[in-house]
Design a protein around this ligand. Sequence first.
Ligand SMILES: Cc1ncc(COP(=O)(O)O)c(C=O)c1O
Length: 421
Amino acid sequence: MEKSSNFKSRFQKVKILRPKLLEVAKKTGTPLYLYDKEEVKKNVQTFKNAFKKEGLNINVFFATKSNYYLGILKTVVQEKEGLDVSSQRELKLAIEAGAKKIIYTGPGKAEKDFELILKHHEKITVNLESIRELKLLAKMAEAKKITMRCGVRIYTKVQSGWTKFGTPIDNLKTFFNEAKKYKSINFCGIHFHISYNKTPEKYIKTFKILAEYLKKNFTESERKNFEYIDMGGGFYPQPFEGIYPWNPEEDSMEVPSEKEIMETKIGKRYIPIKVDPVEKFAKEIVKIYKKEILPLLPNVSLYAEPGRYICHSAMHMLFKIIDIKNPKLGITDGSNNMIGWERYQFFHYVPLFNLSQFDQKNEIPFITYGSLCTPDDIWGYYIYSKTTPKEGDIIVMPFQGAYTYTFAQNFIKEIPPVYDL
Ligand SMILES: Cc1ncc(COP(=O)(O)O)c(C=O)c1O
């Protein structure tokens, strides 16, 4: 099948990495996650530069939930960017990584969360979710004579289905008025988030709704209080995955028969996922931001919390074929507990490469199972391999850093270690 230029450059990178990966597998053993620091640096800079080109300095807060590996967090901090955290656990990791700029986001914050937040208050901005949170934090901050920098998460009709988060935009003014009552709260930000954006459309719509609301409900001097707009994450990177043609809506756990797969009666192995380049996101977002938001909120900076975009290509998974059950079916030492769900079995196709019998032109039907004691543990139905894979062959599933390591489970097997490339 015709491969996009994105696929081509990634195939090239696998080829370059191959000798190193074979060496790592030999010396360290498998299974492993491989951390690729250069990819994080590249993704942070590409994201920043896309906005810079449009004349805007975007403040990046990497969403820790997408991959909490300390190496990634440290690399983002080295790149002088911030971290977005959603729990005490993530906040502790961010502090350990040396983060100086942290956004704390997430529903249902409790007293213990605020205790830790207040301990590190100089580094943190809190996106509040409810009046209860506001009152509790104000009281706790006052007792410690601290002024806490805060904003509020809002949702509009664009965030439909995400109503567990934040407060409806119609409550923004009430929230603002309440926050202004507390000396211990420096209320200065507005946050929203939408996931899985393949085009900039939802950011643009949200900015339009927000501008309309601000114009109607806030005076000019009130609007001067705002210091940041945090548009969350959701920037879908150019993917190295496709959707299985037998599950185009990604809504079922159906798999065709082994026979159909083996005889490649499916035709297409995957349906590509189409995503606008980040440069288009930046162009459209900056355009609306400068036109609609900045004239109303002259003191704001723009924040973003990209997760997937920064870490998607920064981890690869390395494993070894342990058993060949038949010429079309093998079992690896690495298993789907490394990713926590049946992603590659039911939903997403990702190319698998046999590094021991390397051939990037020959993709053959071959079911690569993991070795969990459950049938639902499949890496994929096809593999790039010169001939039928053999016992001891080293396999890589590359560019799988987003929501894999974070979702890993001690289900039957241990979570494997990470090796820094
Ligand atoms: C508040 C918030 N910010 C950022 C992110 C990161 O999103 P993504 O990884 O899609 O960029 C999420 C993910 O759900 C989120 O809930």
